[in-house]
Ligand binder design. Structure first.
Ligand code: CP
Length: 317
């Protein structure tokens, strides 16, 4: 691949498809760079237009508010040409295949293609057909690497160290690419991970990832530093996974009572979009002393600036 020819660019892979592909030094460099941009964005400081000769295209086959907007904003803040393609308004509607669409965009000499697709593995397949960098913005139930990176940065800025933190990921783990990427990344960074979910929403053999598994939320939350809630992904469910949303909230929704089981200074996260009153009590979601949900969104722009820059320019910019 083009980027690997330059030794300065060899640290980060030419694509960002999975957190599994990232080494700990790569994650450290990326998070440090993102941390710099998080401060610069806050202070509305002058940001060097390091990508002013680059073209970034977002291609989303699923809905998105946070990921698509923050990638496009990140590209613009760094001075890149940024174009968003809505798959439902593209030639895909006329029968063009994913690969033909990718080849078409490739012929326009994009530098980075950011893709979200409902099928696990589709973004990797596409990355093999183009000669620009590809970022996985979420593929089916497989991975959402930039979400895990922004979650790691959010935790780092609030708890200083990720190592040895007890982190619970709660809810629809079965359908969650966010859960998978976070388990892989946060374990790599030394956190102790556990998942809490009804038996129907726990993937088979998940304990093989070296994590604890709980079906009782009150037991699972004991001693937790971070409580990460997940959305119930109704659109991916084929069949009945929970009796009702009311019942689900009673046993697996985060409320004040259940949160008391975690550490006194435990912080709450949710990747969004969230369903208030189903996964999380509304007043907890809005409690800025405990909830990091808005910070997660803020860190999303910074992390995506760092990813775009590192994939385009290499590690020394
Ligand atoms: N967390 C996340 O991926 O949100 P969007 O679906 O809004 O991009």
């Amino acid at each position: 691949m083009k980027l690997l020819k330059d030794s300065k660019r060899a640290l980060l892979k030419p694509h960002l498809l999975s957190v599994e592909d990232l080494s700990i030094p790569e994650v450290d460099i990326l998070l440090n760079k993102a941390n710099f941009y998080a401060d610069a964005n806050k202070q509305k400081g002058k940001i060097e237009k390091t990508l002013k000769r680059s073209t970034v295209i977002t291609l989303f086959f699923e809905t998105s508010t946070r990921t698509k907007t923050s990638f496009e904003l990140a590209a613009k803040r760094l001075g890149a040409n940024s174009i968003g393609i809505n798959a439902s308004a593209s030639a895909i509607k006329k029968g063009e295949t994913l690969i033909d669409t990718a080849m078409t965009l490739n012929a326009m000499h994009a530098d980075v293609l950011i893709v979200r697709h409902p099928d696990s593995g589709a973004v990797k397949l596409l990355s093999e057909k183009v000669n620009c960098a590809v970022i996985n913005a979420g593929d089916g139930t497989h991975e959402h690497p930039t979400q895990a990176l922004l979650d790691a940065l959010t935790i780092k800025r609030n708890k200083k160290n990720i190592k040895n933190l007890n982190i619970a990921i709660c809810g629809d783990v079965l359908h969650s690419r966010v859960a998978r990427s976070n388990i892989l990344l946060l374990s790599k960074l030394g956190a102790r991970l556990r998942v809490i979910a009804p038996p129907t929403l726990i993937p088979k053999n998940i304990e093989n990832l070296g994590i604890e598994v709980f079906t009782d939320m009150k037991k699972g939350l004991v001693d937790c530093d971070i409580v990460m809630m997940l959305r119930l992904q109704m659109e991916r469910m084929k069949g009945l996974y929970v009796p009702s949303t009311k019942e689900y909230f009673k046993f697996y929704g985060l409320d004040h009572e259940k949160l008391k089981k975690a550490k006194k200074d435990a912080l709450i996260m949710h990747p969004g979009p969230m369903n208030r009153g189903i996964e999380i009590d509304s007043s907890l979601a809005d409690n800025l002393d405990r909830s990091l949900i808005h910070q997660q969104v803020e860190m999303g722009v910074a992390v995506r600036m760092a990813c775009l820059e590192m994939l385009t320019l290499g590690i020394d910019k």
